[in-house]
Ligand binder design. Sequence first.
Ligand SMILES: [Fe+2]
Length: 298
Amino acid sequence: MTVLGTETGLRVTPLGSALGAEISGIDLSQPLSPERVEEILGAWRAYLVLVFRGQSLSTEEQRRFAANFGTLYERRRGGTSFAKDKYGLYDGDPAIREDPNLMLVSNVRVDGKPIGAVADGDMWFHIDSGYSERPYRYTILHAIKLPSTGGDTLFANMYKAYETLPEDLKAKIAGRKALHIHEYKRTAKVDLTKDFTNSPHYFHPVVATHPETGRKTLFVDRLMTARIEGLEAQESADVLARLFDHAERPEMIYAHKWRPGDVVMWDNRCVTHGRTDFPHHEERILRRCTIEGDPILP
Ligand SMILES: [Fe+2]
């Protein structure tokens, strides 16, 4: 166990060899000093995914905690495909319905309408808003209600994925960009034979440089990365399949088993995440904040 900030009692316990650390000795509902925010950021850069157990955050407290790490993403209303009524709204909780900074990840339905996004079942590895020009820098999830089993979130260390790639693959993707497309699916690839111009999409470097650590990282994911620019279609598909299989090997992964009260936060610039299946008749509710990001750098 690494002990940081003995004055404040923050403890950082790694969660395995791939990535992830549990932070204890802190109540996230309270305002944090700048020094403590720096400690958390230091652990975040080192471990990529941070887990805080046993928290109880109101919507306002979650928003305040998240705002320590950048500008809160604000959900747009009207005129964009993000503004669909179903997306991130919670009919049973006006505080969230009115709050553009919060979104629910949930399978719960009220009058047949999902109260949150990405409702049911398993989900392929993806980067939150990886299809946009400025993907979210961070995602911060707070567990409210969980199924009795399953619904684990799997995190992949994409620094490690890049560093351990075979040399021929590294050469193949060097300097290239890939197309990321969002089609509101959970476990199916985008069909490139159909017109996707109305789906959010963007080209990012396949190999990115993390702006704070300077480390190279693989910026692709199975769910939304559709095509590598400059490669013939079959070769692109083959290379992507090899990249995904490599990045999802067990040695890249930390699997988070949720408990109510967990706050789990990750860095979308160097981590992809997916979800395991869970009983569909059981309710799962997590409350999400995201922090605005910047263009992904090669
Ligand atoms: Fe996600």
